[in-house]
Design a protein around this ligand. Structure first.
Ligand code: SF4
Length: 193
């Protein structure tokens, strides 16, 4: 089974506590004003990566404490998301998943509950530009942290205690990739929007 991937960053310190492996799923049906990754929304862009390949890569990155999954919209590839989380769980790594859906909406479907039970911490809700208040690790004020395990609770506390948003920048020959949620100052400095 594979995942249509927007990007992978093997190590980051700005998408949750500790050093983390980050995966962005490709494809999102929303059209949030001010979306920082419009290219991640496209469903026609195909970059399928086998889950076994991702898991091997994760195993080869021993410095990480967990995995952060974002998008795009991870819940648009539910079967792959479920399988990926099952495999990550076997490695004893914690998980954070960003979704544009509200937890309330996700919880209406049995298939989503099966997925949520595998996640330590969910950050839910679409990005609402008018509610962007520069809080760390969340794009806008409507987004909430929900934990489903003791480690998830620890991570939620740690995120709540952060004072500022941080980003990392990766420059390659082909492009520049920003990891993390930029604050107003970052956006201005790097002309992100
Ligand atoms: S949910 Fe995220 S990826 Fe989708 S349109 Fe909104 S900000 Fe962009």
């Amino acid at each position: 089974m594979n995942i249509n991937i927007y990007n992978i960053v093997k190590t980051t310190k700005v998408l949750g506590p500790g050093i983390r492996y980050a995966i962005w799923f490709q494809g999102c049906k929303r059209n949030c004003k001010g979306c920082l990754a419009p290219d991640s929304r496209r469903f026609d862009k195909k970059n399928p990566v086998e889950i076994t390949t991702i898991i091997t890569d994760i195993k080869n990155t021993p410095e990480i404490v967990g995995v952060t999954i974002s998008g795009g919209e991870p819940f648009e590839q539910k079967d792959s998301l479920f399988k990926l989380l099952v495999e990550i769980k076997k490695l004893n790594l914690n998980t954070i998943v960003y979704t544009g859906y509200s937890l309330e909406d996700l919880a209406k479907k049995e298939e989503n509950i099966k997925i949520l039970q595998l996640i330590d911490l969910v950050i839910d809700g679409e990005y609402i530009e008018e509610l962007d208040n520069n809080q760390p690790l969340r794009g806008s004020e409507n987004q909430s942290l929900y934990y489903f395990s003791p480690v998830g609770e620890e991570m939620a506390k740690s995120i709540e205690s952060l004072k500022e948003r941080e980003i990392e920048i990766e420059i390659s020959n082909e492009n520049i990739f920003f990891t993390g949620i930029p604050n107003d100052k970052h956006k201005k400095s790097f002309s992100i929007i």
